[in-house]
Every structure is written in structure tokens, then in C-alpha cells.
Design a protein around this ligand. Structure first.
Ligand SMILES: CC(=O)SCCNC(=O)CCNC(=O)[C@H](O)C(C)(C)COP(=O)(O)OP(=O)(O)OC[C@H]1O[C@@H](n2cnc3c(N)ncnc32)[C@H](O)[C@@H]1OP(=O)(O)O
Ligand SMILES: CC(=O)CC(=O)O
Length: 331
């Protein structure tokens, strides 16, 4: 299946030639949705994402069901998804209990989350900023002892709904602590989607200056103010080569006041392919996945590209269905 390709140019000098798109749809994308989605649908979502070429997938989180009821079925989803060889299936864990549950379920890679601000540490993790870092460091050590790699998120890295502007030093020091503890990648989270390219450039540069290597930095962007792709471009120009995204643009943290959806995977891939950057992802299969999920749930996804492709009738085919040209010929 092929989608309308984004208009391409020769890759801009200095940009990465390949980017890792770290797919958070099954976890961040679904965590705040209030209609409880059956585990079978979540597992099918993961299968479709792998089939679309995703190799870096965050499939669920092992947090208390009282905190995130939608992901209470984390173990079931893990059990139901066959991870293709060479692909990742990461689970977010908020503490040692979450790590234990994840390992018991068969997870082989986890992510931890801390906050650059006190307000969000309290709202999202029921602790202080320092308490959250201590907890994450504990998880990284325990996971490391079992050979389990850990990804570290620093949330509210670009702005906080209660505190406003965030001191970049509180972002970089949190990132440095996670990195020193052994987190392989530090994902800088624009949890409420307020950053602009100048701020993104500053925070990435200061994270680099704090000793985090370029290949250990990822950006996790929400699109609340429509700035995500501009922020991606700013970061690409610094050499950042890993970006989080959620299929269809779903997602937000239920404990982050004012947050809206993640950067949509289709929108990111449209831009990256247009810049001549490889992702390994099939845009048509991603758009079909968004369409499938919207149909199953009776909702509409925010992704601009998925909507445009569907409106153009170019990429609504399910795998195995005829391509649009064939449909027209047989109509
Ligand atoms: C930016 C983002 O998108 S981040 C992702 C979205 N946000 C989230 O997922 C929320 C994450 N936050 C949390 O999970 C919570 O704040 C926690 C677990 C870190 C702390 O919450 P607290 O209520 O202080 O946890 P506490 O340690 O007191 O435990 C409360 C209960 O939950 C249980 N519990 C704690 N951790 C877990 C876990 N990982 N899984 C299942 N149960 C757990 C405890 O056993 C205890 O049970 P009990 O009442 O029957 O004794
Ligand atoms: C854990 C996350 O999902 C990161 C964030 O939004 O800050």
C-alpha cells in the first residue's frame, strides 16, 4: 500500500539521514482516553504499528489502575503482542512495583519519568521533584541489575501549567541524574506542548552541555500550540535523531493541566520523508491504522496528515485491500 508521498528535496546538509520515531500511541496515546478500550484492540493497534514498520514502540504502562484505569490491562496487552525480531516493546513504570509487574509480564525494556518541576512531580507522581528522581534512579539500578535497558523522561521540560516558565537548569540536572544512573536515552518532554523553536534549541543545547550525548537525547512533543514540527526541525538542525510521536496524534497526560495530543506520527513522518530523512515507516499503513482505530472507537483523530490523506481518498486502504487506483478501475 502506498500513500501520496510528501514532496521531497535532497536532504539538507547537517541533518540526520535517518531518524528513530519512538511510537507512544499505545501508551501515551491511550492513557487519558475515558472509554475503556478492549485489550484486544490495544494489542491489534500494536500489531498494526509493527506492521507499519515501527521498531520502537511503547506499548503500555504498569501504573496503579487507580491512577490510569485505561492501562489496567497492561499485562494482558503484553501477553497478546508478539514483538517482531529486532523490535522494541517498552513499558513505562513509575516505581519498583511497576518494574516488578512489567518483568513478570515479560517486558524487556522500561521507561521511567521524572519532572523538572515540583508541581508536576506532585500531581503526576505524588512526590517531590527530588523524590521522583530518587525513585527513577532506584528503578534504573534494579532494571540494570537484570540487564533491562531504561529510557528516562524529563517531563515539563519546556513549560509547566502551574509554574509557567521552567528553569532550564532544573531540566538538565534531572537529565544528568538519569543519564548518570544509566538511562540510555533522555526524552525531553514538552508535556503541555508550549515550546517554540528558540526554546527547544536552548534546552537541547544546554542538555548537551550537561553531558548528555546527542545520540542519547530524544524529544517528546505535544502539539497543543501547533509548534511540534517547528520544534522537530530546530532539534534536527542540532543533530537530534529521535522523536516521540503517537499514531493519529492521540494522547496526553491526565495529570498535566491543559495538555493535548502528542505530535502525530503521520505528521512527523510526512515532514521527515519530505526532508529526505529515512524512518523505516510506511505512511500509508500508519494512516490506515489511524483510520482503523477511529472507526473501531467511533472517534476522530487529530492528525492533519491522516485527515488529509483520507479526504483525498489516497490512503484509506486497509492492508490487503486494493490500492486507490485499482479501486477506481474496478468501481
Ligand atoms: C507525562 C506522562 O504522561 S507520565 C504517564 C501518565 N501518568 C501516570 O501514569 C501516573 C503515574 N503515577 C503513579 O503511578 C503514582 O503517582 C505512583 C504509583 C508513582 C505514586 O502513587 P501513590 O498513590 O503515592 O502510590 P503508593 O506507593 O502510595 O501506593 C498506593 C497503592 O498503589 C499500589 N501501587 C503502587 N505502585 C503500583 C504499580 N506500579 N502498579 C500497581 N499498583 C501499585 C500500592 O501497592 C498501593 O496499594 P494499596 O493501597 O492497596 O496498598
Ligand atoms: C512520559 C511522557 O509522556 C512524557 C511527557 O509528556 O512529558
Amino acid at each position: 500500500m502506498s500513500a501520496l508521498p510528501s514532496p521531497r528535496v535532497e536532504p539538507e546538509a547537517g541533518l540526520p539521514t535517518r531518524v528513530t520515531v519512538y511510537e507512544v500511541g499505545p501508551r501515551d496515546g491511550l492513557q487519558a482516553e475515558t472509554d475503556i478500550i478492549p485489550s484486544s484492540v490495544k494489542a491489534e493497534l500494536c500489531r498494526r504499528l509493527y506492521a507499519a514498520g515501527s521498531r520502537d514502540l511503547e506499548i503500555t504502562s504498569f501504573v496503579p489502575p487507580t491512577w490510569v484505569p485505561q492501562l489496567a490491562d497492561a499485562a494482558q496487552v503484553v501477553a497478546d503482542v508478539e514483538v517482531p525480531s529486532g523490535a522494541r516493546a517498552v513499558a513505562l513504570v513509575p516505581n519498583l512495583r511497576g518494574l516488578e509487574r512489567a518483568i513478570e509480564a515479560g517486558v524487556r525494556e522500561v521507561a521511567v519519568v521524572v519532572s523538572a518541576t515540583e508541581s508536576f512531580a506532585k500531581a503526576n507522581l505524588n512526590t517531590t521533584r527530588a523524590g521522583a528522581i530518587d525513585r527513577a534512579v532506584e528503578v534504573i539500578a534494579a532494571a540494570g541489575a537484570q540487564g533491562i535497558p531504561v529510557r528516562g523522561y524529563v517531563s515539563m521540560a519546556f513549560g509547566d501549567p502551574w509554574e509557567g516558565q521552567v528553569d532550564t537548569a532544573s531540566v538538565t540536572s534531572a537529565a544528568a541524574e538519569l543519564h548518570a544512573a544509566g538511562a540510555r536515552t533522555i526524552a525531553l518532554g514538552d508535556t503541555i506542548g508550549v515550546s517554540t523553536p528558540g526554546l527547544t534549541t536552548r534546552v537541547v543545547n544546554e542538555t548537551l552541555a550537561a553531558g548528555i550525548p546527542l545520540d542519547g537525547i530524544a524529544l517528546h512533543l505535544h502539539d497543543t500550540y501547533g509548534q511540534s514540527l517547528a520544534n522537530v526541525l530546530a532539534a534536527l538542525r542540532l543533530g537530534v535523531a529521535e522523536f516521540d510521536a503517537s499514531v493519529g496524534g492521540l494522547g496526553r497526560c491526565p495529570y498535566a493541566k491543559g495538555a493535548t495530543g502528542n505530535l502525530a506520527t503521520e505528521d512527523l513522518v510526512w515532514m521527515l520523508h519530505g526532508l529526505g530523512i529515512e524512518t523505516g515507516l510506511d505512511l500509508g499503513a500508519l494512516a490506515a491504522t489511524t483510520e482503523w482505530l477511529s472507526r473501531v472507537r467511533g472517534t476522530r483523530a487529530p492528525s492533519n496528515v491522516a485527515r488529509a490523506l483520507a479526504a483525498a481518498g489516497l490512503d484509506t486502504a486497509e492492508p490487503g485491500r486494493p490500492e486507490p487506483a485499482q479501486k477506481a478501475a474496478t468501481a
